[in-house]
Ligand binder design. Structure first.
Ligand SMILES: NC(=O)c1ccc[n+]([C@@H]2O[C@H](COP(=O)([O-])OP(=O)(O)OC[C@H]3O[C@@H](n4cnc5c(N)ncnc54)[C@H](OP(=O)(O)O)[C@@H]3O)[C@@H](O)[C@H]2O)c1
Length: 420
């Protein structure tokens, strides 16, 4: 049987699982490919650490890049610049590259595609761990115009929101619980500020629409400002709050955004709880498809990494991001053109005339109110909760700025977009 030499740069959680699964499932993997994957070497930063797997290790990337018996390099070290530099050297050396590194791809996927020069690049593990959504968009749904994508792309934030919704936990205790259970990193910033989901949405947007954008080009809001009162209000009106990565095709413009959203309880995506991930894709031919499963974890992510090895062994060749580059008509919709319905929370001192002033600011910004709720005033501070009709994002932001300049405002205003 033909042997394919593998080098793994980064033998941590995912890298170790890759080694173990290649051994455990050797029979089925070689039956599917006619090839035997042999891990020749791993690279780590600290050679003195105790490892779960027994492979030859080095702390020099060059030992893998220059090895003529390694045909595929798997990058599992994380980070952006250093990982990109290594990925370029792997391709220059004429080797195939497999990566799970969404942060690097959020910035460098088009640079890598340009540098591939016939070498395969697999990145199935970069979005939603074990869920094969990359191959679904690139191949399975290739006949469709993708009308929309909405995804729960980050398990940590979904776990926190689920605990808030189901158990009335407040944000801080839900985050602490996620850290204790190992669902959140010690530093959970990229998970809770929406950036991790943003990286993944950008990768999906390239596959669905050929959009070349970076995180700074799109709206990325996280879940940190959400309070229990928002969750309770949402429930009362038949919604749950989910952190969504959203892509909508509006003619030739593509709207891309990541933010918490009020989602109707009966929607499929609203029922995805805990650390699970899901991506709802609407194609013009197939209708709605829901891809659901484990979005992280060593084995689930390694399953996706090995699916790329299998594809490379079968020698199917297609461009990395699935377009031939010449006929893409889509372009990114400017952020200020985005419109939505909004849930808005204001906290004001309990004074006469506040509601009249707020209403007049909304009205002068063309924002009309569908629902207003005023729960009980506490310690002289009144809470005003609104749901707007469809409004331009730029006008909502203007209105909230104007409201915040008023002397009756007790706390920074907060809003959540509604996913219709
Ligand atoms: N974990 C998941 O569930 C998951 C899911 C989807 C995607 N991913 C992505 O997969 C990648 C790996 O994640 P992971 O969770 O496996 O990370 P990890 O457990 O932290 O492992 C990282 C590995 O890379 C090595 N490394 C780091 N910097 C290095 C350097 N400069 N030179 C050489 N080796 C270096 C580390 O060496 P030492 O062992 O010596 O420290 C470690 O072996 C990341 O891009 C991540 O975003 C992870």
């Amino acid at each position: 049987m033909r042997e394919i030499g593998i080098g793994i740069i980064g033998v941590g959680v995912v890298g170790s699982s890759v080694v173990k699964i290649l051994q455990k499932n050797r029979d089925i993997i070689s039956a599917r490919t006619g090839a035997n994957f042999v891990v020749r070497r791993g690279v780590v930063s600290d050679l003195s650490k105790k490892r779960e797997v027994d492979i030859e290790l080095s702390d020099k990337v060059e030992d893998i890049i220059s090895d003529p018996n390694i045909q595929i390099v798997i990058e599992l070290m994380g980070g952006v610049d250093k990982a990109y530099d290594i990925a370029c050297r792997v391709l220059e050396a004429g080797k195939s590259l497999v990566t799970a590194n969404k942060a690097m791809l959020a910035y460098h996927r088009y640079d890598l595609e340009a540098r591939a020069k016939g070498n395969a690049i697999g990145f199935e593990a970069s979005v939603c761990g074990g869920i094969p959504v990359i191959k679904a968009l690139k191949d399975g749904l290739g006949a469709n115009h993708i009308l929309s994508i909405s995804g729960i792309l980050n398990g940590t934030s979904n776990y926190i929101l689920t605990r808030m919704i189901k158990e009335n936990a407040d944000f801080d205790s839900a985050l602490k619980d996620a850290q204790q259970k190992g669902y959140a990193e010690k530093d959970p910033t990229l998970d809770i500020n929406g950036m991790d989901a943003g990286h993944k949405l950008l990768i999906l947007a390239s596959l669905a629409y050929g959009i070349d954008a970076h995180p700074e080009d799109i709206i990325i809001d996280g879940i940190t400002g959400i309070e229990l009162s928002d969750i309770v209000f949402a429930k009362e009106f038949g919604y749950v709050v989910k952190l969504l990565g959203i892509a909508n095709k509006c003619g030739e413009e593509i709207e891309l955004r990541v933010h918490p959203a009020l989602v109707k309880c009966e929607e499929m995506i609203a029922k995805v709880d805990g650390v699970m991930n899901a991506v709802s894709v609407v194609g013009d031919c197939v209708g709605e498809m829901l891809y659901y499963g484990a979005g992280a974890g060593g084995d689930a992510t390694a399953s996706a990494v090995i699916s790329d090895l299998i594809e490379i062994a079968r020698e199917k060749s297609s461009s990395m991001l699935g377009f031939d580059g010449r006929n893409i008509v889509h372009r990114l919709m400017p952020k200020e053109k985005i419109s939505s319905r909004y849930y808005i929370r204001l906290r004001t001192y309990d004074k006469a005339g506040v509601l009249a002033k707020v209403s007049s600011i909304f009205s002068s910004n063309d924002i009309s109110i569908q629902v207003l709720l005023q729960p009980e005033t506490r310690d002289g501070v009144a809470e005003l909760l609104f749901i707007t009709h469809l409004s331009m994002e730029s006008k909502v932001i203007n209105a909230l700025k104007e409201i915040e300049m008023q002397d009756f405002v007790a706390k920074k205003t907060f809003f959540i977009r509604i996913q219709d």
